[in-house]
Design a protein. Structure first.
Length: 225
């Protein structure tokens, strides 16, 4: 079966000259449709960089990235933009909502951008799935961190993604709220069947996934099922 995202011998470097940093050092990884994968490692080990690379957001210094079997290098800007809008969704640590848009508008915007025939079209239904229909008219600044994270999830679902990338989805939440967000992601993953890749430094968060890939200094050092 075609991977939803894959990288082969991926090298990513930032900066120039003496300041050059190798964030990923020959990483090869396949994300199968519907699988739940955790990327674990200390701060600076390359988790976010790998997450971005799997979403086609990073230009590799070396090696290759494939999105749904298509080499990133062969996709032009428009094709990449469409893949990112329609097939790949992100939930970032700080939720990254549009601050001047309400919860409803944040979700509606993602649905419009995805314009996928299979995508859910009702922002209120999606906000209902994450238990936030009552906050639809609130701005992100009028919500708690956990509520913003749930709007970010509803927004991601609006894209009907084949792949959901979560960067420290519970990093800024207390442990109870964090656990509720993770339960919600699990439930939505079972219902919608997207592949899930979660970057986390937290062993307990990682253990909730089917497979854990451990990074150290930009290299995969361990993999456990
Ligand atoms: N835009 C950038 N410019 C220069 N170096 C960067 C940039 N982004 C990341 N790096 C460096 O690349 C390496 C990997 O960073 P990355 O953000 O992928 O780590 P991480 O595992 O996500 O860390 P954290 O747990 O702190 O989020 C680090 O050494 C970091 O300093
Ligand atoms: Mg990170």
């Amino acid at each position: 079966m075609t991977s939803v995202s894959a990288c082969r011998e991926l090298v990513v470097e930032y900066g120039h000259g003496d300041g050059r940093v190798r964030a990923l050092d020959h990483v090869s990884l396949d994300v199968a449709p519907g699988e739940r994968l955790a990327l674990r490692g200390r701060s600076g080990s390359g988790k976010t960089t790998l997450l971005h690379a799997l979403g086609g957001l990073v230009e590799p210094t070396g090696g290759e990235v494939e999105l749904e079997g298509r080499p990133l290098a062969t996709l032009d800007e428009e094709a990449r933009r469409r893949m990112r809008a329609t097939r790949i969704a992100y939930v970032f640590q700080g939720a990254n909502l549009l601050p001047t848009f309400t919860g409803f508008e944040n979700v509606a915007f993602a649905i419009r951008a995805a314009a996928s025939p299979d995508a859910p079209t009702d922002p209120l239904m999606l906000l209902g799935l994450v238990g936030l229909a009552g906050k639809a008219e609130h701005l992100p600044g009028e919500m708690s961190g956990g509520e913003r994270q749930r709007v970010a999830l509803a927004r991601a679902l609006g894209q009907h993604p084949g792949l959901l990338l979560c960067d420290e989805p519970t990093g800024q939440l207390d442990s109870d709220t964090g656990a509720r967000i993770l339960d919600l992601i699990d439930a939505l993953q079972r219902e919608f069947g997207f592949a899930l890749v979660t970057a986390t430094h937290d062993e307990d968060v990682a253990a909730r996934h089917d497979r854990v890939v451990e990074l150290e200094e930009g290299r995969v050092v361990r993999e456990s099922a």
